[in-house]
Each structure stands twice: as structure tokens, then as C-alpha cells.
Design a protein around this ligand. Structure first.
Ligand code: ATP
Length: 376
């Protein structure tokens, strides 16, 4: 960047940011407003754990970017400040999407090191975790964050069943489960096997999308902490709020602020202007898409790549192209189609084809170009 001594211009070693870190993905906000009733319900459910008893199980639901993960983090911090007798672990099911890998993560949380990489049976893995809990007389609270991913892999029922029946196979083991789902189309309870339904009666805690005034209020605090005084004027913040309210995903707003700040710096400006926000929105509005794409396996991405060039084609035709790229059979292919559909990346709709019965047509939910760019 070229230095410019003019009034209102940034010199090369200046920044509009006071603390850019507050816009990063892993930043835990100091204050957590507009979620009092949800925090109360969660506290109520987990209180028994602090007294050494098994807590109530909880089902947390709500669209992406509505504060579910942050609520769990806040709660875990509060519990940690109260007692050492509760082991709290958050499992990101986007990353750990099978029962075995969920329990590997629990093992790591309990022992502070990873389970042997040579691989031990699930039974052993589970046994060691349970033994450790009983030995240390600790209650385990497991949050299965983005649990919808376990459903997409057909692993949810087995995972929950093991967790919920732990005390039967391992007397004295006390485990509470918080399942967190961000898929509005997923009826968590209905999607579980009946054997799990009969033992899983969770407290329901719902996180609705924030409305625009709430979004502006929350983002105002980020602006104060993240930018120098006077960098973001009220009308600019209001614009960020209204763009964010379109999806209700707070991540869009946080990303928007950061990118708009960078755009201002690019112009060597001391203030963020509306044009910086509009330009940033072209990228920030896809933040959820980028997140979903990052969680995909190679085969899942390969299918999307085929679809970018065959948007709207029939499933059979797409399979032909897909099988040229991979050696997967039709059953596995169908499973991937279903997963991409559930993730909201594609729309797989049955349609009549003349004289040939029903077939699915596969349509991308985003512009093909937006997907192509983000797959590269
Ligand atoms: N009330 C709030 N106050 C301050 N920041 C918030 C608040 N709610 C959410 N955030 C911020 O918004 C971002 C998204 O929140 P979070 O990850 O908790 O959402 P989520 O509901 O778990 O999303 P997903 O379902 O996609 O995992 C985070 O950066 C978080 O810090």
C-alpha cells in the first residue's frame, strides 16, 4: 500500500483495525446478548452435573450462525470455573462424523492424548473412557455439535445409543448429551431408531435467527472492539445489519465487517464506506457455502464438480460422468446425492420423464460459478 499523508488517508503502517482477531472464526465474544432464555434452559439442564449427578440431555436446534456453539462454549467455561468434577467436551461432527471417531475425540478429551493409532476396538475405546470417568468420579457432558452430519453418515443412532446406555454397561459412568443441529429440515427425534427414541427424551432449546436490531446490537460491540473510533459510521453498520439479516447468519455480518475493513485499507481510507461493504458482500454472502464445501470428502466434491457442468441433469446421466471420475457404485453415489441434498447444496427432485417413469433431476442450489470458484 502506498503511504499518503493526506487527511483521511492511511499511511502504510496504519490500520483501521484496533484488533482484527475479534473477526476471526475462533473468537469467543466477551458478552453474549439476546440469548438469556436459552442460556437459562441450558444451565437448568446441566446443573445436576455440578452436583455430581447425571445431567438432563438437551437438544439444541436453530439455523446456522445463531449462537449455538457459542452458548455451549460459554456454558462450559462457567462449569469449568465452578468445579473440576465435570468433564466437558465438544465434538465437531463435521470433523468427527462416525461413532468411532466421536469416541476417539472423547478419549482424547478424557486422557489428554489420542487413542493408539494402531486402532483399538470400539468396545475397548469406550471401556477405557468409562473406566476413567468412574475412577476420577467425574460426570461427562458431551456436546455433539452439528450433529446433523452424523445423520448424513447414518451414524447418529449408534452413537447416541452408546452414549445414552453407557451407565448400563459401565455402572457408575455418568454421561449427559447435548445434541446441536443446524439443519432446519432434520427432525432429530424422528430420524433416530426407535430403540434410541425410547431412551432419549431431551430438553428442547431453540435458537431463532436474530432480528435486525439484535444483529446491529451484537455487531456494534464487535465494531467497537475491532475497529478504531470513527472507522465505521452508523449508516454503514446499519447496512451490514440489513445484509446480515437476509440470511440471519451472524457469521456473514462478522465476515462482512472484516472484509469491508480490508477493502477500506486497500483504498488507503481511514473509514469504511458503503461501497466497501457492498463489495465485501459478494464474498461474505457465500460464507455458509464455503463452510459446507470445506467439510466435504473428495468424492463428494467430485460429484459437485460434475454437477457444475451438468446442472439440472438427470441422476442417471450425472452418475455416468461421475463414475468416469471415481470408481464408486450407484448405491454409494445415491448416498452422496442425498447428503448434498440434505446439506442444501443441491436440490434432488423427482420428475416424470416421458414414458420412462420417475427419475431425479439434480440442480445446484447456488450459481455454478460460485461453487466452481470455491472448489478450486
Ligand atoms: N449473541 C451473540 N453475541 C456475540 N456474538 C455472537 C452471538 N451469537 C453468535 N455470535 C457470533 O456469531 C458467530 C456464529 O455463532 P455460533 O458459531 O455460535 O453459531 P452456531 O449457531 O453454532 O452456528 P452453526 O450452526 O453454523 O454451527 C460466532 O463468531 C459467534 O461469536
Amino acid at each position: 500500500m502506498t503511504g499518503d499523508p493526506e487527511e483521511g488517508m492511511l499511511s502504510w503502517d496504519e490500520s483501521v483495525f484496533r484488533n482484527e482477531h475479534v473477526f476471526e472464526i475462533d473468537y469467543v465474544p466477551e458478552t453474549f446478548r439476546h440469548r438469556d432464555s436459552q442460556m437459562q434452559s441450558l444451565t437448568y439442564a446441566l446443573r445436576p452435573a455440578v452436583r455430581g449427578s447425571r445431567p438432563l440431555n438437551v437438544m439444541v436446534r436453530g439455523p446456522p450462525g445463531t449462537g449455538k456453539t457459542t452458548a455451549i462454549q460459554k456454558l462450559y467455561d462457567e462449569i469449568g470455573a465452578q468445579t473440576r468434577d465435570v468433564q466437558t467436551i465438544r465434538v465437531n461432527c463435521q470433523v468427527n462424523s462416525t461413532r468411532y471417531s466421536v469416541f476417539s475425540r472423547l478419549f482424547e478429551g478424557c486422557f489428554d492424548y489420542e487413542p493408539p493409532s494402531s486402532g483399538i476396538s470400539f468396545k475397548k475405546l469406550f471401556g477405557q473412557i468409562a473406566e476413567k470417568l468412574v475412577e476420577d468420579d467425574r460426570v461427562l457432558v458431551v456436546a455433539l455439535d452439528d450433529v446433523n452430519y452424523l445423520f448424513y453418515e447414518n451414524e447418529a443412532s449408534d452413537t447416541l445409543y452408546s452414549l445414552l446406555r453407557a451407565h448400563e454397561e459401565h455402572p457408575g459412568a455418568k454421561i449427559g448429551v447435548i445434541v446441536v443441529s443446524s439443519d432446519p429440515a432434520l427432525e432429530v427425534i424422528d430420524a433416530l431408531d426407535t430403540r434410541v427414541q425410547s431412551v432419549f427424551r431431551p430438553e428442547d432449546v431453540y435458537f431463532p435467527v436474530y432480528d435486525q436490531p439484535e444483529i446491529v446490537d451484537i455487531l456494534h460491540e464487535r465494531v467497537t472492539r475491532g475497529f478504531h473510533d470513527g472507522v465505521v459510521a452508523t449508516d454503514v453498520l446499519e447496512r451490514v445489519g440489513s445484509l446480515t439479516a437476509k440470511s440471519g447468519d451472524l457469521r456473514v455480518g462478522i465476515d462482512l465487517l472484516r472484509r469491508a475493513g480490508l477493502n477500506a485499507e486497500m483504498r488507503a481510507s481511514r473509514t469504511v464506506e458503503l461501497e466497501d461493504v457492498e463489495k465485501a458482500y459478494e464474498t461474505s454472502k457465500y460464507i455458509n457455502l464455503s463452510r459446507s464445501l470445506n467439510s466435504l470428502s473428495e468424492n463428494e466434491r467430485a460429484l459437485l464438480e460434475v454437477l457444475v457442468d451438468h446442472d439440472g441433469a438427470q441422476a442417471g446421466e450425472v452418475y455416468e460422468r461421475f463414475s468416469e471420475e471415481t470408481d464408486l457404485g450407484y448405491t454409494r453415489y445415491s448416498e452422496i446425492v442425498n447428503k448434498l441434498d440434505q446439506l442444501g447444496l443441491i436440490d434432488a427432485e423427482y420428475a416424470e420423464i416421458d414414458g420412462r417413469g420417475r427419475s431425479r433431476s439434480l440442480t445446484l442450489s447456488y450459481e455454478p460459478e460460485a461453487i466452481r470458484e470455491r472448489l478450486e
